[in-house]
Design a binder for this molecule. Structure first.
Ligand code: GTP
Length: 260
């Protein structure tokens, strides 16, 4: 018997595969999503804006995949992460009220999605740029209140300065996802690719009137299983976001790996 995240579990020997956790990072642009990614030592850009990292959480191996989303001002093409993630990290910047308001839209979107699918999806609210506290536009109490409204964990961090705290947040996200997976294991998460029509999806906006979320019509996408890391390394990054990030000094990866 071995333990998974500190809990003894029958039938899982030392050879058991690491827990697979998909985490989507949401938030308005400039909130520091990519910076937070960088500092958690996510090492390989697997495909487009999805990164992969082997983590150890509570002495147990975890294969963590993180999608660094790139919405402009409001949630867009939400299905691609709603259908994929086990947990969500909603990031705002403490020196930007706009980004805080944006994070509230994301939490509303997640609440709608949970209602619609009758599942709960762990979300963590992260106030970033704590080192800019002298320019605060959002108080800690407001962050706590928003997180309380949606029943999610709340943290304030500086992605720039506090690597360990950011890593702690990611590990908390893994723990939350693990709890949810233990309650109701999902089938393997799906990955949206761009080649075939997806017949059964109707826009969530239409059903809920969420004007702020522009959904992909999905006329040219299909759901596929997420590629394994080994396969995915062969995928050429075509995303403008990942490529533009190559120019950003903040995305110099810490372990000597490159985005490719
Ligand atoms: N002072 C400070 N700056 C930060 C911090 N995190 C990120 N930044 C800066 O904020 C800017 C935006 O950071 P990104 O990580 O690109 O933000 P993003 O949310 O990924 O933004 P988009 O790529 O536009 O979606 C960059 O100049 C970062 O260096 C932080 O903790 N403190």
């Amino acid at each position: 018997m071995s333990s998974v995240f500190g809990k003894p579990r029958a039938g899982s020997g030392p050879q058991s595969a690491p827990l697979e956790v998909n985490l989507a990072i949401l938030g308005r642009r400039g909130a520091g999503k990519s910076k937070a990614l960088c500092l958690t030592q996510l090492t390989v850009c697997v495909v487009e804006d999805t990164y992969s990292s082997e983590e150890t959480v509570d002495h147990q191996p975890v294969h963590l995949r993180v999608m660094d989303t790139a919405d402009l001002d409001t949630p867009r093409n939400c299905e691609r992460y709603l259908n994929w993630a086990h947990a969500f990290l909603v990031v705002y910047s403490v020196d930007s009220r706009q980004s805080f308001e944006g994070s509230s839209s994301y939490l509303e979107l997640l609440a709608l999605h949970a209602k619609e699918t009758q599942r709960s999806f762990p979300a963590l609210l992260l106030g970033n740029k704590l080192d800019m506290a002298q320019y605060r536009q959002v108080t800690k109490a407001e962050g706590v209140a928003l997180a309380g409204r949606f029943g999610c964990l709340f943290f304030e961090v500086s992605a720039c300065l506090d690597f360990e705290h950011v890593q702690h947040v990611f590990h908390e996200a893994v723990r939350e996802a693990r709890r949810e997976l233990e309650k109701s294991p999902l089938t393997r998460p799906l990955f949206i690719s761009e080649d075939r029509a997806l017949p059964h999806q109707a826009p969530l906006t239409a059903r809920h009137g969420l004007a702020s979320c522009t959904f992909n019509t999905l006329s040219t996408v299909s759901l596929k299983e997420m590629p394994t890391v080994a396969q995915a390394k062969l995928v050429t990054v075509k995303s403008s976001r990942a490529q533009s990030k190559r120019k950003a000094p903040t995305l110099t990866l810490l372990k000597g790996f490159k985005i490719f």
